[in-house]
Design a protein around this ligand. Sequence first.
Ligand SMILES: C[S@@+](CC[C@H](N)C(=O)[O-])C[C@H]1O[C@@H](n2cnc3c(N)ncnc32)[C@H](O)[C@@H]1O
Length: 263
Amino acid sequence: MTHTSRRRKLPLRKRIEVADEDGWTHITTSGVSAHRAIQPRDYKLLPAEPPLRLTIDELKKQYETHRQRWRSSSAGDALDSVLRSRAASSVGSIDRIICIGLGSPSGFVRGGWVDRRSVSLYQLAALESVIEFLAGPSIDATVKQVLAQDPVFNDLDKELLHFLGITVVDHPAAFDLVNDQTFLYCPGAEILHLTKLLPYNPALLLGGPLESVSSENGVLAAFAQTRNSLQLPPFEPNQHAFWNTRLYWKEDAHRSQNVPCDK
Ligand SMILES: C[S@@+](CC[C@H](N)C(=O)[O-])C[C@H]1O[C@@H](n2cnc3c(N)ncnc32)[C@H](O)[C@@H]1O
């Protein structure tokens, strides 16, 4: 007897990889969603969508796990050590820390397509360690404000940031405040934002790497040429969080000296 109830074969949907204008890569299927994905302007920068049952207490627990991993990492040690030693003269001039483009520690962005929560949580943990360092007793800096700006922050993100003593501001407030006493904290930031902000000459920058795009961008090249920098060692728990990220500080001796992490 022949078997007649054969399963209908579903049409194969080809998985494709698309890169958007911010440099993010998405894996998606062809069809309506893929069409949306390759038209990044369809994605408004709306507050990120958190999982339905996520509470602030749960988010704080997640943050704590990420914080501990950052604190016990060689990347964390390297950042602490360079701030303490070679970048110390720039550290002394800081009066404001400005974080641009952290992403959402709690939610999915780009219409739910992109999950960078863990990256943002690690970047936030590193920011907290910078804040604590600058508030330390042996540091000359008097930081009067720590600000963060990103249109994707949702209510949970804002509550977590508030808990950490960080004030969330709306565009373009943070852009308007960057000056030569600023620690500009923007790991993974868009080139467009760096191009707007670096001419204001921030004393310290965590972000980049500027070198990889500076041949096509005079603003980034000019900034990199007048700074010393140190590339953080790979951050093993999540290398995307600080991919080739550098700390840039003003040079003292009129000589640029870019140092990879292992030197
Ligand atoms: C390339 S993503 C980086 C996100 C995260 N730091 C990471 O490494 O995954 C750039 C971020 O800039 C944010 N952004 C876009 N416009 C902004 C603005 N006007 N001010 C601050 N952040 C902005 C985006 O929402 C996004 O989170």
